[in-house]
Design a protein around this ligand. Sequence first.
Ligand SMILES: [Fe+2]
Length: 372
Amino acid sequence: MPKYYMPTTLLSGKNCIKRHPRHIVHGRKCMIVTGRRSAKVSGALDDVTAVLKENGVDYEIYNKITNETGITEVYGLGKKMRENGTEYVIGIGGGSTLDAAKAAAVYAANDMEPMNIFEERYENKPLTVVCVPTTAGTGSDTTQYVMMTLDDPHRKRSFSSEACFPYATYLDSRYTMTLPADVTRNTAVDALCHAVESYLNVQASPFSDTVALEAIRLIGQCAPALAAGKFSEETREKLLVAASSGGMAVAHTGLNVVHAMGHQITCAKNVPHGRANGALLVEFIAWCAKADIMRAVDVITAFGSDLSSLKRFMNRAAPINIEVTQKDIDGWVENSITDTIAMNCPGTFTHDDERKIYYNALMNKDRKYNVW
Ligand SMILES: [Fe+2]
């Protein structure tokens, strides 16, 4: 039975923190979790701390999160918060930072072994988390999912708990204005993959479709800017809304094979997450078209008249230039044998299908599409 549960309050628009400070103030003592740079440079940290000072909230700032921050460090942060009597957490940054804030909130409320977080059952409710994204892609600000880096930085593992939905998320596109063009493109393509993987998914419902299609439509409108690498305020705003909408969509359907397969490329070839997924997206849609042509058309028409239009867009916005051999592909397919994510595909997805998608996307780049 389709279910839609989204407890996160979304506040959006310019100066939304100053205009709606009520959700930033959720106790007397808070921990602000950030990366090393973007929270400060974007102005988000100053806006948050100004509201906290005005309201007499005692705060600490932990500004050491990177893409490679491991579970032991996040556990240590949560433990420190438990000992300090921290009452709630504000995460300001990209996906790694927001996920670290969400995980630390679990550890702060639960005296547990670090790896037990993956059991997804917690004795105590995690601390309240408020998110202020400074990138437009992750969707972590609207989901119950948390991706953790294990102590080996090449190994990631995720967990999911309804208790980990953020309490509130502030979407102010001014905080994404300083993002470099390449990061903007990679994260936008990641958001597009979230929305498409949710829409072309057996778990999709009319409710998840609504937000998924809106995300696809908005990113389609931003396609010329993404291709050119030039972003107006209006474009930034659309991308931010699209990213959170993509998050809301996958919160209800789960992801699909693109993310599982893209993860192999990221690990083996050090390709950014969004770009690795984007490299596979067109082939995934072509595969889905065999099972549900109308849904595939819904996605494609946001970018032009046919699948080749989407392919041309992806080649400009998120080009991938890596050497791949058949041996690489065989290894990636072998690695994914235990992955259950293919269960969300609209049709039976075999290892031969997977091999073909990798091959066509990475080794047969001139192929022509004749989906309809
Ligand atoms: Fe992603």
